[in-house]
Design a protein around this ligand. Sequence first.
Ligand code: MLC
Length: 511
Amino acid sequence: MMFLERLLHNCLLYGDKTAIEFVDGPVATYGQLEENVLRAMVYLQAKGVVAGDRVALQLPKCAPFVYLHLATMRLGAISLPLNTGYPVHELEYFLRDAEVKLLFTDATAQPIVSPMMAGLPTLQEAIFLDAASDGAFAELLAGCDPAEAAALSLPADAQATCLMIYTSGTTGRPKGAELTHGNLTANLDALHAAWGWRADDVLLHALPIFHVHGLIVALHGALHAGATTIMLPRFDPERVLQTLCDRRCTLFMAVPAMHRRLVNAPDAAGYDLSHMRLLTSGSDRLPDDLFRQFTDTFGHTLLERYGMSETCMLLSNPLDGERRVGSVGRPLPGVEARIVDPETEQPLPDGQIGAVQVRGPNVFKGYWRQPEKTAAAFTPDGWLRTGDLGLREPDGYFTLKGRSRDLIISGGYNVYPPEVELALAEHPAVAAAAVIGCPDDEWGEVVTAVVVLRPAAAATADDLVAHCRGYLVNYKIPRRVIFVDDLPRNSLGKVQKAVLRQQLCPQHKPN
Ligand code: MLC
């Protein structure tokens, strides 16, 4: 059964049960969820949305986001969730590249979005919602009769794209990873089986919902199971701990930077989480000390799993059985993973470090209108090159050992150095810039800019940070700026980032 069909089935089966409760906000039963999704479908149809169209959602965590996202996919169109923090420069790029037809954004974004509309011919309309007000959205949908959409059949083509998540690469601008109905279904079925999702689960949701982790693994996971989701508008460690206790939640998912804040919260060990069933960690490597500190503090062993935007989830430690420190576990049902020699791409024996490649029905269709980049992402026999390095142990557990691609992970967000380097290069005082990730206890890695100034030019670290804020979302802004006379380069003129990391990162350990 495809995901949207299962969701509809759950809406009929659990009509009076709470599907999503926004803390300090609205509550929707499964019955109300279905009704609002149908209304949103009628609204979108009236705006001319048809199968294949891109609908961008740049909204905070709110009920309208959920209804519009599900309605878009159910019409066979493509949902494009966007970080609310994107400055105009990034937002405009996504809207142009994806040829977005409709944009839903917060009312506060009007001064930014309205002036860019004229330059975006495919953007038919931007709809400004007061996301904080329940009334505003209800008013928008008031004239929409759910019965009109109820008669529509569910999307039947498993190969059709339903979700696009932008992710960058080692070169160039971000690319839209196209996930299909079949991808989501395969992943949710696998996670359902692997993590024992149940209809009586209560998930506390504190992640952003514009990425795979918060949107697919957490929110869709709960909807797929017929479970209840309690939504916190943002992550706050004490509020998380208090809500887990008060609401007797059974499930919680987070990135390591969040788990670090939980164990360091005042009187963390005083919260009784004994009723909880499962706490997971992902989007970044879980440090060994944090894995142990979490168990010591809360009496629960974190379940670490591994995934990426292009694939959703790939590997997971087990629900029952050993959750191995430092390991991301074994492939999920239906997923194949292998370790190959990075040069020859021939499989390596267990225990040897090589490139991680994966295959399975969860693996994305390709990058939006980028056939060359899509082809380059796969081997000729269809394995996706993840860009991560790792090893497989004889009992099938995988351990990640670094990255072959030039990627920084800060607080669970991916940062691609070329994007930050391009932004720095726009500053008139910058002659050259290289961006590296330095290990950091709080964030995992911090974005560090190594900059050569033009002769006689003057700029301070604060100047460059302020400049970057005009181009990049907050988590991509360099936290450290180091000025140097020259960048180390190889004989081809390429900056030797390994040398920079070695010289400039205080806690750097080579792979
Ligand atoms: C916030 N800031 C960050 C940052 N998050 N800087 C670097 N890296 C980050 N990840 C900035 C803020 O803008 C602010 O800057 C300063 O840090 C302090 O802010 P804060 O209030 O302490 O941070 P907060 O808003 O609480 O955010 C921290 C966080 C957040 C951990 C809650 O980073 C977060 O939600 N991370 C989750 C990311 C995620 O969902 N990834 C999933 C990707 S999917 P200033 O200068 O303005 O003061 C994926 C696939 C998979 O990867 O496998 O899951």
